[in-house]
Design a protein around this ligand. Structure first.
Ligand SMILES: *Cc1c(COP(=O)(O)O)cnc(C)c1O
Ligand SMILES: [Zn+2]
Length: 420
């Protein structure tokens, strides 16, 4: 494949760097981003060519930053975009879709997209030990994909994560380390480890490449809508990377001639009130987010107090004419149930956050009820069962006899008491 990546560029000052495992600018510590030669890509892509390829994220390979064939996660992506009519009716809107990465392969979250790019890249750079700082889903994905690729791992997480996310990392044989501290403290430690031991940490020194994987979430939305963009996208935010990459994906589809521009989609960010640095930044009109020192929410996957892409995601939201909101734990639970009971989609707490925020924005009149809305579902509810266990309740238990069922049925179908 011809070379389409020009290098890395500082998002703050624009300084260019060659392709290498670094994640910040030496001049101003700005984050680095992969730059492509879109004119060179243009003649190599067409809708027909992409549609003929297997339905994975790698059908957009010309717009992903690896040199050869993907060697890690070649089956990732291609998740369903669901027309959600029952949910739409329940919340009073007309045109609603769910992009469902709760069923992404292999580890049931959108993180498989970023990890497949980052680990394929890690191999190209010659790393044999990889790892990450994680709020849970990234740990699951690095562990699963590294196991399949035969890479050694060090995975660091806050020690108080959900059990399923701990187990869903260790099961793959990963070396998992629980750190008694916040995600931000875990992340700082990982930066020091990556530097000292020369490990490839997917969201530290490989972060510019990692982030690019998220674009495939946006490419797939546009293709599945018939090569066009929705009017509104509501997206959960942790580090603030995914929301920006969905928009970058739309811009790139225009840049290479696959979709007609301009991109007019409004981007909306969703966070939990117990950790809302980016939503707070947007709502208060501040230029830079104020870090949340001690996140406190049942939505641990989004609990990043000092998000790496906080500044850029807040700016993007403002520039597109979108908005951000945050919701409390009760609203998260209520909306996890609503999504499950209207669309049969069991999302994790982050899904509850996103749906709850979408509803709030609709109620506020910020998202018009008659326009096209896509809600981003990024993780699977089986991993955060504690959050809803109480609200769902226990099943009825009966003896294995028809009489027992008859009694249960009769009880559930008592005639309404007569009004006097
Ligand atoms: C990581 C994660 C996100 C968002 O991550 P960003 O850092 O903002 O890209 C959203 N949902 C879930 C379930 C996640 O695990
Ligand atoms: Zn710079």
């Amino acid at each position: 494949m011809p070379e389409f990546v020009l290098g890395l560029k500082c998002k703050s000052c624009g300084k260019l760097y060659p392709k290498q495992p670094i994640n910040f600018c030496t001049e101003d510590f700005g984050p680095l981003e992969v730059v492509y030669d879109y004119e060179a890509i243009r003649p190599h892509v067409s809708r027909e060519k992409i549609e003929r390829r297997p339905k994975t994220m790698w059908r957009y390979r010309e717009l992903l930053p690896i040199d050869g064939e993907p060697t890690v996660g070649p089956q990732v992506g291609g998740t369903p975009l669901i027309r959600a009519d029952r949910l739409a009716e329940a919340i009073g809107v007309e045109k609603l879709w769910i992009k469902n990465d709760a069923v992404n392969f292999p580890s049931l979250s959108f993180k498989d997209r970023v990890v497949s790019v980052a680990l394929s890249k890690a191999r190209e750079f010659g790393f044999t030990t990889v790892g990450c700082a994680s709020t849970g889903n990234l740990a699951n994905s690095v562990a699963a994909n590294a196991a399949q690729a035969g890479l050694d791992t060090f995975i660091l997480v806050p020690a108080d994560l959900e059990r399923a996310k701990i187990l869903g990392t260790s099961v793959y044989g990963a070396r998992l380390i629980g750190v008694t501290g916040t995600y931000d403290e875990v992340n700082r430690l990982c930066s020091q480890i990556a530097l000292k031991y020369n490990f490839g940490f997917v969201n530290v020194n490989l972060r510019p490449f990692y982030g690019e994987g998220s674009k495939s979430f946006g490419f797939e939305i546009a293709e599945d809508l018939g090569w066009r963009f929705p009017q509104h996208v509501v997206c959960p935010m942790a580090g603030g990377s995914l929301i920006g990459k969905i928009h970058k994906a739309f811009e790139e589809l225009v840049a290479v001639g696959l979709v007609e521009g301009p991109v007019t989609t409004k981007m909306y960010g969703a966070q939990a009130s117990g950790c809302n640095p980016i939503a707070d930044c947007v709502k208060s009109g501040r230029e830079r987010h104020k870090p949340v020192r001690k996140p406190n929410t049942i939505c641990k996957s989004l609990a990043i107090g000092d998000p790496a892409d906080g500044y850029f995601s807040a700016k993007l939201i403002q520039q597109t004419g979108g908005w951000a909101e945050d919701v409390n734990d009760d609203e998260i639970v209520e909306n996890m149930l609503l999504l499950a009971r209207t669309e049969g989609v069991f999302a994790e707490t982050a899904g509850g956050v996103t749906l709850a925020v979408a509803r709030k924005l609709i109620e506020q009149g910020r998202i018009p009820r008659d326009e096209e809305i896509v809600i981003c579902i990024t993780g699977n509810g089986l991993k955060t069962q504690d959050a809803i266990a109480e609200a769902v309740g226990e099943p009825a238990i009966i003896k294995p006899s028809l009489t027992a069922f008859d009694e249960l049925f009769a009880e559930a179908h008592q005639p309404e008491p007569m009004l006097v």
